[in-house]
Write a protein that binds this ligand. Structure first.
Ligand SMILES: Cc1ncc(COP(=O)(O)O)c(C=O)c1O
Length: 372
């Protein structure tokens, strides 16, 4: 019987023979003259590392180290960031101009961007107010028309985990017709809630991870796709021939040692303490409507109408993310959690804004907004 991945992959992908790079073909010999590389490094290159040679075509040692970290035996591939993972999955399982993906808004913008760039239709299933929980019925209904459902947990920009039982419910009800991609870019901030262990039971589940967040390696560009063999078989056809520069691979392997992982865990705990103290300091400010609970390294704050927090922070040299363009995130600002010192400074600046807003000031701004 055809697997779900086989049913979803367009004919053009099924026919595709992976690019036969020199590294993939491999071989053995004394002089390697098969890849049009220079035979010796140039004077400006580090002579210890073979920078004149193409890197490994699929860095297996990295994948194996990451599998150990996730405690999974499911196929895992390293890619250039979670963004490349999203792009690869849409390209592998959606036919341009024909197929659709479903997303749960507000969410990470790249799912929609990748789909639109490939003329793949996007079905939006808004998360439910007031806590941005998953609307399981609407997601399941949308999935009947969607090859891929993207779930982001914890979600960017709202900051909360999607309930595991809701993810399972979606997986159960879509297993015959859709892949469910769970983007766990921020999962280190709530590691016990990962759904990687569910892949054994639900081969329609694909998990995306990244080293850009809790691992602090955004510039290295390393992400992962973890999926059942039946799914990975197709994704692997589209992975670029040299997915990871050697210099990145070296750092990633260090990060995934026991020592590296212990450092990440300790730093994550410290960041969580900083985040919670920051939330606590802001919790008494009366012009802040909501500070959403966070399972990430950022906090989403909704102010009362008329309070221009984003602009005020920019004037003080603090760059945050204005989320007001999203219909369900009016008056919302997303603030990344930095060092304790930075967050102390930001909370002081925000408290000073409180002092500047005399009651008449606040009322005037709010009235203006309501009339607008
Ligand atoms: C939910 C989510 N997924 C993926 C990414 C992209 O991660 P990467 O840097 O690995 O491409 C981000 C980055 O902000 C994100 O928030």
């Amino acid at each position: 019987m055809a697997s779900l991945a086989e049913k979803l992959a367009p004919e053009s992908i099924k026919k595709l023979i992976p690019y036969q790079s020199a590294r993939r073909i491999g071989g053995s010999g004394r002089l390697w003259l098969n890849a049009n590389e220079l035979e010796h490094p140039m004077f400006f290159a580090d002579h210890q590392s073979a920078l004149h040679r193409y890197p490994d075509f699929l860095p297996h040692d990295i994948a194996a180290a990451y599998q150990a970290y996730c405690d999974t035996t499911q196929p895992t591939i390293a890619v250039r960031g979670a963004d490349e993972a999203i792009d690869l999955l849409v390209r592998t399982f959606c036919q341009p101009g024909v197929d659709s993906i479903a997303i749960c808004t507000p969410t990470y913008a790249m799912y929609e961007f990748c789909a639109e760039s490939l003329s793949v239709n996007v079905i939006k299933c808004p998360l439910l107010a007031p806590d941005f929980s998953l609307d399981v019925d609407s997601v399941v209904a949308a999935a009947r028309q969607a090859n891929i459902v993207f779930l982001c947990s914890p979600n960017n920009p709202t900051g909360q985990l999607l309930k595991k039982e809701n993810i399972v419910s979606v997986l159960e009800q879509t297993q015959d017709h859709s892949l469910v991609v769970v983007d766990e870019a921020y999962i280190e901030f709530e590691l016990a809630e990962s759904v990687v262990d569910l892949i054994d039971q639900y081969p329609n589940l694909v998990v995306i991870r990244t080293l850009s967040k809790a691992f602090g390696l955004a510039a290295v560009r390393c992400g992962f796709i973890i999926a059942a063999t039946s799914v990975m078989e197709y994704v692997a056809k589209l992975v670029p021939p040299y997915p990871m520069p050697d210099s990145s691979a070296e750092i990633v392997l260090k990060a995934l040692t026991a020592e590296g992982l212990a450092q990440v865990a300790a730093n994550t705990q410290s960041l969580i303490r900083t985040r919670d103290a920051f939330i606590e300091r802001l919790s008494t400010i009366d012009w802040i409507d909501t500070i959403y609970p966070s399972s990430t390294n950022f906090v989403l704050i909704r102010t009362q109408p008329g309070i221009e927090l984003f602009e005020y922070l920019v004037k003080h040299g603090i760059v945050t993310r204005n989320q007001s363009h999203e219909p369900s995130l009016k008056h919302c600002v997303r603030i990344t959690i930095g060092s304790e010192k930075s967050m102390q400074e930001v909370s002081e600046i925000i408290c000073n804004f409180s002092d500047a807003l005399t009651p008449s000031n606040k009322n005037r701004d709010i009235t203006h907004e309501q009339n607008a």
